[in-house]
Design a protein around this ligand. Structure first.
Ligand SMILES: Cc1cc2nc3c(=O)[nH]c(=O)nc-3n(C[C@H](O)[C@H](O)[C@H](O)COP(=O)(O)O)c2cc1C
Length: 349
């Protein structure tokens, strides 16, 4: 079924195809159809449950950030059996992102190239949407910096989003690892990173106290392009700031080993999918060697054996994005079935 849809979808511009698919999903997956779909796709195996940063996940497979930036399709997407969905990246102010076209398929590499540039409606609009209807299910909210805000004011932009969205996220992610906002990845350096994370964690504690709840789990999402030394340093900073976990990894700017023709004609952007898999595995392993904090592994996960590799490297949870495009929505159920059959997840396997 998906192979036919994929044939058609792959004929049109990737971003247009994504938008059309989401629209169709919203129309088809509602009411009883959604309930029936969920019942079909949910792998109801108690051993799949994961406890991480104070949250009980029904299964370890989540949808990575950037798929539903404005939280417009969460309800329908939960129909595919995800254990969690991460929305965003949301920035303090709404912004259009980079000029189109800005998303390309690289089928010969089982990859995507994107330079979306945090196109999103902004924190106030997303908070408003979630305030009207908070979809059921574990929701992560990924926060980034508005392009026009300089790096030395970045903390205020993240603060704005964190405050506005605080009541709607089960966990939050500080994203300083997208390659498509100029200068953003400089915030991964020790000094600026510690200042930013300290600021947000203090705010987290303050907002939690006001509400009489525990602070929200706050995670950092890191780039696969960090050197090993930088990864270890970032882990230290995350621990020092008292964060709850790490997401490894975002897209890479490396084009090493890619075979797709005319790649240089497509312009700059981050590569996702199969080419990120090896580095994702190595970064997860390195992070695990240096901390006991929970890890979400993401990058080039297409099937259960990729997920097992990621969990075995030390991740507690996994996420998919590019695999969802290439394999179709059944990827979630297939991974969960494969994990259950192999006795995964094993705590810190
Ligand atoms: C089109 C596209 C947009 C993305 N947007 C975001 C984003 O807004 N924020 C973010 O943290 N990651 C974003 N990502 C990165 C993914 O969340 C994920 O970390 C990366 O693609 C690696 O996973 P994958 O190989 O399964 O795609 C995006 C990826 C793609 C392909």
């Amino acid at each position: 079924m998906y192979s036919l849809a994929k044939k058609l979808l792959f004929q049109i511009d990737a971003e247009t195809a994504h938008a059309a698919t989401m629209k169709a999903l919203d129309a088809l997956l509602r009411g009883p159809a959604l309930t029936a779909m969920k019942a079909r796709t949910t792998v109801d195996t108690p051993s799949l449950a994961v406890n991480a940063f104070g949250i009980k996940f029904q299964n370890p497979v989540g949808l990575a950030a950037g798929f539903d930036k404005n939280a417009e399709h969460v309800e329908a997407l939960f129909g595919f059996g995800f254990g969690h969905i991460e929305i965003g990246t949301v920035t303090g102010e709404g912004q259009p992102g980079n000029p189109k076209p800005r998303l390309f398929r690289l089928p010969d590499d089982r990859a995507l190239l994107n330079r979306m540039g945090f196109n999103n409606q902004g924190a106030a609009a997303v908070a408003n949407r979630l305030g009207q209807h908070r979809p059921k299910g574990i929701l992560g909210i990924n926060l980034g910096k508005t392009k026009a805000v300089p790096n030395d004011e970045a903390h205020l932009d993240y603060e704005k989003s964190f405050r506005l969205l605080y009541d709607f996220g089960d966990y939050f992610v500080v994203n300083v690892s997208s390659p498509n906002t100029p200068g953003l990845r400089d915030l991964q350096e020790r000094g600026p990173l510690l200042a930013l994370l300290d600021h947000l964690q203090e705010l987290n504690i303050e907002l939690a106290q006001q509400r009489g709840i525990n602070p929200r789990p706050l995670l950092l999402k890191i780039s696969p392009d960090l050197t090993d030394t930088a990864v270890v340093e970032v882990v230290e900073v995350v621990e020092k700031a008292g964060l709850s976990g790490i997401i490894a990894t975002n897209t890479t700017i490396s084009r090493e080993g890619l075979v797709s023709p005319h790649l240089n004609d497509l312009g700059p952007g981050g590569i996702s999918g199969a080419p990120v898999a090896t580095r994702r595995r190595d970064v997860v392993r390195l992070v695990r060697k240096n901390t006991k904090l929970p890890i979400i592994g993401v990058g080039g996960i297409f099937n259960a054996s990729d997920a097992i590799e990621t969990l075995s490297a030390g991740a507690d949870l996994v996420q998919v994005w590019t695999g969802f495009v290439y394999e179709g929505p059944k990827i979630v159920q297939r991974i969960n079935q494969g994990l259950a059959a192999q006795g995964f997840p094993r705590p810190n396997a």
